[in-house]
Design a protein. Structure first.
Length: 276
């Protein structure tokens, strides 16, 4: 399959490109930065946010576009999220108007806002960050745009991502930085809150599997479906990476707007992986 990946050099993008190539797909990579993109991929120097109505032709008429590009993804209240949302919509609309039939876009648990328990495609959304608001609005717009058409929409909703941690901006990244700085203790909460953790390589595997099949569409949780306490995952990370730093439990209070337990319903992705 001929596949375009936007944001191909990003944290998720480089792993998705590699997974696609390993599965035998013909991959065209789009990003402002071409470093770290697998050399087996072809680079397309295309400004996807130019508003060009012929962008589908510019991208060589792909069978699939996996749209991962997103500015300031780790800065949840950046003004860029709302400033850029119309550019994302215009790009995807121009693809569709050009004859494109499969839209795969990266979503996020941050569309939901505060929620306790399992999240599925029917869970109500009340986002609490600019990032969540923008992603939620784009999803709603795309669902409306593709309704009553023959275009397949895959909205790939991710949860707590770890792995390749030097390029991430998570607590695991901060632990590595603190260790490198020679710090003995790491200020921490109680660590009791439970999240749906997924390794970046497994996430890339799920993104590719979900995007390249035809049967299951709409909102698809790319997740494990297993809630794990933050402290358990962090202690495991410290041990696996032979870190000497110790967690200082209770140094920070648990934030009142953080859910005690939040995880994805993995019914759809389990079915997809079973078909692969």
């Amino acid at each position: 399959m001929k596949v375009v990946v936007t944001g191909a050099a990003g944290y998720m993008g480089k792993h998705v490109v590699k997974e696609l190539l390993n599965k035998g797909h013909e991959v065209y990579a789009v990003d402002l930065n071409h470093k770290e993109i697998d050399s087996r991929a072809s680079i397309l120097d295309v400004d996807i946010f130019s508003g060009n109505e012929n962008v589908y032709e510019e991208l060589k008429r792909p069978e699939l576009c996996i749209h991962l590009a997103w500015q300031d993804g780790f800065v949840h209240n950046s003004s860029k999220h709302m400033e850029n949302i119309s550019k994302h919509f215009t790009f995807l609309k121009n693809l569709m108007d050009g004859g494109y039939k499969k839209i795969a876009v990266m979503g996020t648990m941050h569309e939901i806002g505060f929620w306790e328990g399992k999240i599925d495609e029917n869970t109500p959304c009340n986002p609490l960050s600019q990032y969540g608001v923008a992603k939620n609005a784009l999803r709603q717009a795309l669902l409306l745009m593709t309704k009553n058409t023959d275009v397949k929409l895959y909205w790939l909703r991710a949860y707590y991502i770890l792995g390749d941690d030097s390029r991430n901006s998570s607590i695991f990244t901060k632990l590595l930085e603190a260790e490198e700085d020679g710090k003995k203790e790491f200020p921490f909460t109680t660590g009791e809150n439970k999240y749906d953790f997924i390794d970046i390589k497994e996430l890339a595997h799920q993104i590719v599997a979900a995007s390249t099949q035809e049967t299951i569409t709409g909102i698809i949780n790319v997740c494990t479906g297993r809630p794990v306490a933050l402290k358990e995952k962090v202690e495991e990370f410290i041990k696996e990476n032979n870190l000497h730093i110790k967690l200082k439990y209770g140094a920070y209070p648990d934030r009142p707007y953080d859910s005690k337990i939040i995880y994805g319903d993995n019914t759809k992705i389990t079915s997809i992986l079973g078909q692969a």
